[in-house]
Ligand binder design. Structure first.
Ligand SMILES: Cc1cc2nc3c(=O)[nH]c(=O)nc-3n(C[C@H](O)[C@H](O)[C@H](O)COP(=O)(O)O)c2cc1C
Length: 176
């Protein structure tokens, strides 16, 4: 499988089979997150893995329209420590970018292993922060349910549901 084939294989899985994820596969997904690059290599991330049913339920409850994420046998919370992330001289913190790269590595590693994931950011961040007793400077940036998909992605969706190349690629200046 080429990288582009893998990138197109990944899709948002919102329905999961009731079978566990093997430890070895879970570790490979986490390893893909661990090796992700981060600004100045500051590595401000933590991954909290939920497999306990009660904890998964509590985490899922912080996502109002997302009871379905509880179906996944594993949920990974990608957390960023804003106090440990690189800050550009103009003040822009790069924690979210670092978290996004790691999360993307994990979603692609999962897809390669036949596992499904879905980026979830629309949770109640305060409720989740409280539930996990995180320090004030640590934030859950992405939740990733992980498991075997119970549905299938639409292989044509990149042709129909993504902007065309000419709409997003610019050559030499923005206006061309
Ligand atoms: C940063 C980010 C946040 C997202 N948050 C949610 C979310 O809270 N709930 C959800 O169901 N999907 C969420 N998604 C999934 C997107 O809706 C999905 O990636 C997009 O529609 C493209 O579909 P695909 O992933 O199947 O290619 C999110 C995706 C990204 C990249």
């Amino acid at each position: 499988m080429t990288f582009l084939e893998l990138a197109k294989k990944r899709y948002s899985v919102r329905s999961y089979k009731n079978i566990p994820v093997e430890d070895d596969k879970l570790k490979q997904v986490l390893e893909a997150g661990r090796v992700a690059p981060s600004a100045v290599n500051f590595q401000p991330l933590h991954f909290i893995v939920f497999r306990d049913e009660e904890m998964k339920k509590k985490v899922a409850d912080t996502y109002e329209i997302g009871a379905w994420i509880y179906e996944a046998p594993v949920i990974i919370a990608v957390c960023g420590d804003h106090s440990k992330a690189w800050r550009r001289p103009d003040g822009k913190g790069h924690c979210d970018i670092d978290a996004a790269i790691a999360a993307d590595h994990m979603t692609l590693a999962a897809a390669e292993l036949g596992l499904g994931t879905c980026w979830i950011c629309n949770f109640d961040t305060r409720a989740l922060h409280k539930l996990l007793r995180l320090p004030p400077h640590v934030e859950v940036i992405v939740l990733l349910p992980l498991g075997y998909p119970a549905d299938q992605g639409d292989p044509e969706r990149h042709a129909t549901k993504r902007k065309k190349m000419e709409e997003i690629v610019h050559w030499d200046t923005f206006n061309r």
